[in-house]
Design a protein. Structure first.
Length: 176
C-alpha cells in the first residue's frame, strides 16, 4: 500500500497513520526490524510528535495555562507502550515534561500543592534530579550558559542505569 512515492498527504489521508495505535507508530518511527522505508519512519515520527502537541493544545487551547499543557504531555508520555518507555529518549522527554510541569504549577499555584506527576521509573527520576542539579550549577557558574545537563552526576547515573537495564534485558531475551 505504501512505497517510496507515498506522500505525507497519503499517509494521513489514504493510509490514515493517525489511526495506528501508539505501539505501532513507535515500531515504525524506530524502524523496528529494519522493515520500514525512510518515508514511513518520517511519517510515524511526525505523528508521534503530533499526538503530544495535540494533547497539549487541547489542554491549553487559549495558551494561558502552560502547566495544563505540560501535564497533558506527561499523560501522553505515560500512555506509551513498554517498548517506547524503555527508550532513553522517552525517559529524557518524560523527565523534562515533569520538571516543566512542576515548575509551572509551583509558579502558578503558589502555596498549593501541584498534582503529583512523579513516576516510579528510576531512570526518569535520575533525570529529574539532574534538572535540579543543573539549576544549582548555573547559579554557581561564572558562565551559566556553559552549564549542561549532560554534565550533572544524576544525568550520568540515569544514562548508566538505562544502559545496564538494556544490557540485562538483552541477556534475558538471548536466553529465551
Amino acid at each position: 500500500m505504501a512505497d517510496a512515492a507515498t506522500t505525507d498527504q497519503d499517509w494521513h489521508g489514504t493510509i490514515r497513520i493517525q489511526n495506528l495505535d501508539r505501539r505501532a507508530l513507535y515500531a515504525i518511527a524506530t524502524n523496528h526490524g529494519s522493515l520500514f522505508s525512510a518515508t514511513e519512519v518520517k511519517a510515524a515520527k511526525s505523528e508521534v510528535a503530533s499526538i503530544e502537541a495535540r494533547a497539549s493544545k487541547a489542554a491549553n487551547p487559549r495558551g494561558t495555562d502552560a502547566a495544563a499543557a505540560a501535564k497533558a504531555a506527561i499523560t501522553v508520555l505515560d500512555g506509551a507502550g513498554p517498548e517506547e518507555k524503555a527508550s532513553l529518549d522517552w525517559a529524557q522527554r518524560r523527565a523534562a515534561a515533569q520538571v516543566q510541569y512542576q515548575g509551572l504549577a509551583k509558579e502558578r499555584h503558589q502555596g498549593r500543592a501541584a498534582l503529583s506527576v512523579e513516576t516510579d521509573n528510576p531512570v526518569v527520576n535520575h533525570f529529574v534530579k539532574a534538572w535540579s542539579e543543573l539549576e544549582k550549577s548555573k547559579a554557581y557558574a561564572q558562565d551559566p550558559a556553559s552549564a549542561r545537563i549532560e554534565d550533572t552526576p544524576s544525568w550520568s547515573k540515569g544514562v548508566s542505569l538505562w544502559k545496564s537495564l538494556q544490557e540485562s534485558q538483552t541477556k534475558t531475551l538471548g536466553r529465551l
